[in-house]
Design a protein around this ligand. Structure first.
Ligand SMILES: *Cc1c(COP(=O)(O)O)cnc(C)c1O
Length: 365
């Protein structure tokens, strides 16, 4: 993959590298969004998106970043108290959104890098009455992967809706919306789907939408009931970011051609390779690097790697950038102590090797 930015090749955990073919797809002319041509485009996008979510439900396309569909989740969640599972910066954002939308919120926080265990969650859900929980699938600040299937099942045993942020998961980490009987899953364009930023996507179960109908103050822009009604007519409630829709159409074709299972496997292989590299470079240099997420709950799309205390992340990422490779500094309270490799989207083992070689050469010097 050749770099598409002046900065070098992006291994940021969003926005990630976007292939030239996808950039070129955005040069297509405007069409009216109330007309048959747009409806056909929307229908094609549905055919591309449904297999990515593994659902037969409509997939809502919002002209907003991922945060928009997080807010939609909260605005349309059944009224009542929400328990927010927090294990990093993005799951904390979900809790923040819930509070700022006026909801009663409890946080169930575990150490950053860790994931939520089912027995403890079960206990929390027995202690107080909740109508919904929020959870982040792949916590992009820590590289930890929550078992959203088990978490959703646990919530359902308590008759609680489970709102899942899979912004850096979907398209790279295994998820089956229908088979796992999920209520709501959202994602963004600029992470594992390797699109430019600006779109977010969500699927909701029929019963979630039915219940949302009875929820007051859903607002307008992020009203899932409205998005659902329009999606059925192959339309969007307001003017769509048409240019990005073209990019999505091109990328959905590539994802279908690769096959989603193959795509999941590619991401997993990149995460495993990164973990191997961490061990090897630590042994070689005597510097103690480490993935902050434990083995067994590491995200296939992003690795958050602790740096030795004499190597602040800002200096490290700047040195790596001189090799034409852009890795991310840490996020939130991990800003200086960790760096992040987004091995997601259209990256391959080959492009990852170049990234790891650049990181190695900085660590050796
Ligand atoms: C990037 C990200 C978001 C926020 O997405 P925006 O596109 O910046 O609004 C939310 N959750 C997770 C897990 C993310 O990685």
């Amino acid at each position: 993959m050749s770099p598409t930015t002046a900065f070098g090749t992006f291994f940021l955990p969003g926005p990630t590298e976007v292939r030239e073919e996808i950039m070129t797809a955005m040069l297509q002319p405007m069409i009216p969004h109330r007309g048959p041509e747009f409806e056909r485009l929307f229908e094609r996008l549905q055919q591309g998106l449904r297999p990515i979510f593994k659902t037969e439900r409509p997939v809502y396309i919002s002209s907003s970043s991922g945060t928009g569909m997080m807010e939609a989740a909260i605005r349309c969640a059944p009224s009542g108290r929400i328990l927010c599972l927090v294990n990093g910066a993005f799951s904390e954002r979900f809790a923040h959104i819930a509070s700022m939308c006026g909801r009663d919120v409890d946080r169930y926080e575990v150490a950053w890098g860790q994931v939520h265990a089912i027995p403890q969650l079960d206990e929390r859900l027995s202690m107080r009455k909740y109508t919904a929980i929020t959870v982040v699938h792949s916590e992009t600040s820590t590289g930890a992967l929550n078992d959203v299937r088990a978490i959703s099942d646990c919530a359902h045993r308590h008759s609680i809706a489970c709102l899942i942020d899979s912004v850096s998961g979907l398209g790279g980490a295994e998820l089956h919306f229908d088979e796992w009987k999920l209520d709501y899953v959202l994602t963004g364009s600029q992470k594992a789907l390797a699109l430019p930023p600006g779109l977010s996507f969500a699927a909701a179960s029929a019963s979630f939408i039915d219940r949302a109908n009875g929820t007051h103050d859903r607002g307008v822009y992020f009203d899932l009931v409205e998005l659902d009604a329009y999606a059925r007519r192959n339309q969007t409630p307001s003017t769509p970011a048409l240019t990005l829709f073209y990019a999505l159409e091109a990328q959905a074709k590539s994802i279908a051609a690769e096959g989603l299972e193959t795509r999941w496997a590619r991401h997993k292989a990149m995460a495993v390779r990164t973990q191997e590299w961490i061990t090897k470079i630590s042994d070689e240099t005597g510097k103690k690097l480490g993935n902050i997420a434990p083995l067994g709950s590491q995200s296939p799309t992003v690795s958050t790697i602790r740096l030795p205390s004499d190597t602040p992340a800002e200096a490290f990422t700047a040195a790596v950038a001189k090799h034409g490779i852009v890795v991310g500094a840490g996020y939130g309270k991990l800003k200086s102590s960790t760096f992040r490799i987004g091995h997601m989207g259209d990256h391959t083992m080959e492009s990852l090797e170049r990234c790891l070689a650049a990181c190695s050469s900085v660590l050796r010097s």
